[in-house]
Design a protein around this ligand. Structure first.
Ligand SMILES: [Zn+2]
Length: 74
């Protein structure tokens, strides 16, 4: 299914991160710094790009523009 609607759902976080990478957003800076708290180890860190990694446990996070939906993946 290639259709992408606002009601579309993602299979899992890894799929979202792959999509972010495919669209070239992974290394683009965020419009505004996003501080998140790792759900795995409670480490707080700043996501500078749309793809970020917890410095403590290396959990990967992805934020999809423009909705900035935060997705976590292993
Ligand atoms: Zn962590």
């Amino acid at each position: 299914m290639m259709h992408e609607g606002c009601s579309g759902s993602f299979e899992n976080g890894k799929q979202v991160v792959d999509k972010i990478r495919m669209m070239g957003f992974a290394n683009q800076p965020m419009a505004m710094p996003l501080y998140i708290k790792c759900t795995e180890c409670d480490e707080e860190f700043e996501m500078e790009c749309h793809e970020g990694k917890c410095p403590s446990c290396h959990m990967v996070y992805g934020a999809t523009p423009p909705a900035m939906l935060l997705i976590q993946t292993m």
